[in-house]
Design a binder for this molecule. Structure first.
Ligand code: AMP
Ligand code: ZN
Length: 468
């Protein structure tokens, strides 16, 4: 079954065909690095990682670009308030640059702990100021820009289909008593460039043809995706909150400058919620970090597993009980897997069922159910290992890399070890060697020393994606 994906633009699941044969360009809106990421943010990146792996599983070469927003994201999406970086700087007494560095590093550490594949390109907004200025220049030449006392704005009234991605109701958006629009002409207009306030030197500011200041938040994604993927690429992703404002504005900019809506597919991960419908949010301070899980002895990969048990287009209600259950399931899988021998072949029936679920708009909950059905089947253990191994290139649980702590040795391996100890005591070297080979075949290595035999770990298998 060929890959089909839900596209927010068309509101349908439709077959995926790449713009350039065999290749996929994918742009994912990354973190605003004024604070740690919470596990809600991370759910979105897990979804994007699964998407990337699904594309790779379908044979595509994926160019995966993730941006780091280190300037320009204001405390209100309506272009008011302070820059989140400068605010954090004021609160902590550290420079905005130091904060950006610190939280970018923390973010990349979370990324790796969740076993997310490294993007092809990480790009920082502050390293693409020239590209953003050039993009605003194009918008100005095309007649979409006006100036107010505090910056340059995009005039959304010039686009009939502005906000189509979000199916915005223009009639309901006219400025009324309830909506403050400041000096903007229309409620939905947004900042492209903000001037540094008179008499104030910002920590992050640059010269531009319009005056000293800093770029608005949306322009970075239009400019950086154009630079790294071209002006018309395959898939643009982000969390569902981006549909109404950020992604609608990215589309408006690229449409105005280049006549394309950036991406062929627009895909959005739904929120992780805390209780009832409260989304977890960084700005409210009410959030759980990956490290919080670790202090409760929960493995980051268990959180990854939890994410796989909910479809990316449904809300995931977080609870400690569901996370504990995910940890238990993952532990069970790891133990079973490490007891299975190498040398089998992938079972084609289960593989086809697994792929069909993945290719149907990333139905991971059903793909995980197929995995457990396989594990409980009576197929030979070597077949189980080979098949689960192949599934894990998509799931990314890192089963091959997992090393049990010594008390965690599976029962069948324990039995072999004690048989071998017995054989050594009886000086039956042939039998001891043969058991050693059996252990090797199951991925375990045993060494003999004066103190007796020592299990020193699993022989590493080939890496997940060859040399990548
Ligand atoms: P931010 O760092 O706030 O710019 O957000 C980074 C990413 O996380 C964006 O793609 C957001 O849409 C996404 N996001 C924010 N809150 C949540 C949440 N509670 N659950 C899932 N994704 C989220
Ligand atoms: Zn973006």
């Amino acid at each position: 079954m060929p890959l089909a994906l839900y596209d927010t633009w068309s509101r349908t699941v439709r077959p995926f065909t790449p713009i350039h044969a065999g290749q996929v360009g994918m742009y994912c809106c990354g973190p605003t690095v004024y604070d740690h990421a919470h596990i809600g943010n991370l759910r979105t990146y897990v979804f994007e990682d699964i998407l990337r792996r699904a594309l790779m599983r379908n044979g595509y070469d994926v160019q995966h670009v993730v941006n780091i927003t280190d300037v320009g994201h204001l405390t209100s999406d309506a272009d008011e308030g302070e820059d989140k970086m400068e605010k954090s700087s004021r609160r902590t007494g550290q420079s905005a640059w130091a904060i950006a560095r610190r939280y970018t590093e923390a973010f990349v550490a979370d990324w790796r702990a969740l076993r997310l594949l490294e993007p092809t390109v990480w790009c920082r907004a502050t390293e693409h100021i020239a590209e953003q200025i050039a993009f605003i220049g194009e918008l100005e030449r095309a007649g979409y820009v006006y100036r107010t006392s505090d910056g340059l704005y995009f005039d959304t009234s010039k686009q009939d289909d502005y906000g189509y991605l979000a199916r915005l109701d223009h009639a309901g958006l006219q400025p009324g008593k309830r909506v403050a629009i400041g000096s903007k002409k229309n409620v939905t207009d947004f900042a492209l460039w903000k001037f540094s306030p008179v008499g104030v030197t910002r920590q992050m500011e640059w010269d531009s043809p319009w005056g000293r200041g800093f770029p608005g938040w949306h322009i970075e994604c239009s400019a950086m995706s154009a630079k790294h993927l071209g002006i018309w690429f395959d898939i643009h992703c982000g969390g569902e909150d981006h549909i109404a404002v950020h992604h609608s504005n990215e589309i408006a900019q690229t449409q105005a400058a280049h006549g394309t809506r950036l991406a062929n597919f627009w895909m959005h991960g739904h929120f992780l919620t805390l209780d009832a419908d409260t989304k977890m949010s960084k700005s409210s301070g009410d959030f759980i970090r990956l490290q919080t899980l670790q202090t409760r002895k929960i493995d980051p990969v268990a959180y990854r597993y939890l994410c796989l048990t909910a479809h990316y287009r449904t809300k995931l209600h977080f609870s400690w009980a569901s996370l504990d259950a995910a940890q238990t399931a993952l532990n069970r899988l790891r133990h079973l897997y490490s007891g299975w021998p190498y040398g089998g072949l992938v079972d084609p029936g289960f593989a086809a069922r697994f792929d069909a679920e993945v290719n149907e708009d990333l139905n991971l909950p059903r793909a995980v159910a197929v995995l457990w059905e396989l594990v409980k089947s009576d197929l030979p253990p070597a077949t189980l290992r080979a098949t689960v191994d192949s599934f894990d290139t998509l799931l990314g649980l890192g089963l091959r890399d997992w090393r049990p702590i010594v008390s965690d040795i599976p029962e069948n391996i324990r039995v072999l070890l004690s048989e071998r100890e017995q054989a050594r005591a009886e000086r039956d070297w042939a039998k001891a060697d043969s058991i050693r080979e059996t252990l090797n075949a199951q991925g375990w290595r045993v060494e003999d020393s004066k103190e007796g035999q020592r299990l020193i770990g699993i022989t590493p298998g080939p890496t997940e994606f060859g040399d990548e």
